[in-house]
Write a protein that binds this ligand. Structure first.
Ligand SMILES: Cc1ncc(COP(=O)(O)O)c(C=O)c1O
Length: 339
């Protein structure tokens, strides 16, 4: 039986051509900043995001932790949407390692607004913590792959600047957000001080994320990366996969989005799932299983060859990616209709 893995876009496998690029990569010691392929990837990431510099880091989690450590560490507060990845899925590294306090802010569809942020500002009183940062997630994983519209981004960015707060974007799926909204990547990034994006999700590289910001910030980030044990040596072999991903796998993200939409439309027709396909913006979709236990539905789907993840007791996540073709999606839809 053919199996379709919709659990996550982190499951993508490096293609033959990507592996070839890895095999052929020139390498050097990156702790000495002497790996030419890593340097090329960092220059490319800086150029794509419109930032002055970039740093290759091992994961999205490390790419988020470093700016939070630098800009809010030792007791600062970070305003972040209540369902953000840094709150739910990064093992409390914000508090355990950065020494900062994440503050869960309300935000529909994962989107922060000045009105909600304002509620968490504090007077400058010696016995209160200092609010240091705003952290936004674009696209937003736990809220269903939702994206900031330009006016929403500008409003949050203006708020942060007005209140002299640094603003970091968890852009693990930055290119999905750009593809879905039509806002160029550079324009999105112009509204934040620092941004992290992942090479290892929909872009199909086996590992790695890029942290981008000013030259001064990245120089400091390089120190913190080393402190966290993230100094890497001849990692040009991995950076080559990242370069390949950026050069070849961005344009095709629209296919993942169209496939997700088709799956949502099909789920909207079956009796055992509830979803509004209009809410599906990118490659992530959640649907409710109503009275049925999500775990039971996940098991039934797995028996038919569809792998998915239960988010909570009655909702399930599907994620489309480069391992799921348009033909696969048609087949999945047929299976879903037959259940
Ligand atoms: C929105 C978001 N941010 C950060 C991460 C962390 O990435 P990593 O698993 O590479 O640490 C993920 C991972 O799925 C994510 O979805």
């Amino acid at each position: 039986m053919k199996s379709f893995d919709l659990r996550s876009d982190t499951l993508t496998l490096p293609s033959k051509d990507m592996r070839k690029a890895m095999y052929l990569a020139d390498v050097g010691d990156d702790v000495y900043a002497e790996d030419p392929t890593v340097n090329k990837l960092q220059d490319l990431a800086a150029k794509i995001t419109g930032k002055r510099a970039a740093l290759f880091v091992s994961s999205g989690s490390m790419g988020n932790l470093i700016p939070l450590y630098i800009n809010a560490g030792k007791g600062g507060e970070i305003l972040t949407q209540k369902n953000s990845h840094i709150i739910h899925y990064e093992l409390s590294s914000v508090s355990a390692l950065a020494g900062a306090m994440p503050v869960a802010v309300e935000g529909e569809r994962g989107i922060l607004t000045p009105a909600e942020l304002e509620k968490h500002l504090r007077p400058d009183i010696y016995y209160m913590p200092r609010v240091k940062m705003v952290e936004i997630e674009n696209s937003h994983n736990k809220e269903g792959g939702t994206c900031y519209k330009l006016n929403e981004l500008k409003a949050v960015s203006d708020f942060a600047r007005k209140n002299t707060l640094k603003i970091h974007m968890d852009g693990a799926r930055l290119f999905n957000a750009s593809e879905a909204t039509g806002i160029p990547v550079k324009k999105i990034c112009s509204h934040v001080d620092t941004v992290t994006f992942c090479l290892s999700k929909g872009l199909g590289a086996p590992v790695g994320s890029m942290l981008c910001g000013s030259e001064k910030f990245i120089a400091e980030a390089r120190r913190v990366r080393k402190m966290l044990g993230g100094g890497m040596r001849q990692v040009g072999v991995l950076a080559a996969a990242g370069i390949y991903a950026l050069e070849n796998n961005i344009k095709r993200l629209r296919i993942d989005h169209a496939n997700a939409k088709l799956l949502a439309e099909t789920l909207a027709e079956v009796s055992w799932a509830e979803i509004d396909p209009g809410n599906v913006e990118t490659n992530i979709l959640y649907f409710s299983t109503g009275e049925r236990k999500a775990e039971t539905v996940v098991a039934s789907l797995a028996k038919k060859g569809i792998l998915s993840s239960a988010l909570d007791s009655n909702s399930i996540r599907f994620v489309t990616h480069l391992g799921i073709s348009e033909e696969d999606t048609q087949e999945i839809c047929k299976i879903l209709k037959g259940i």
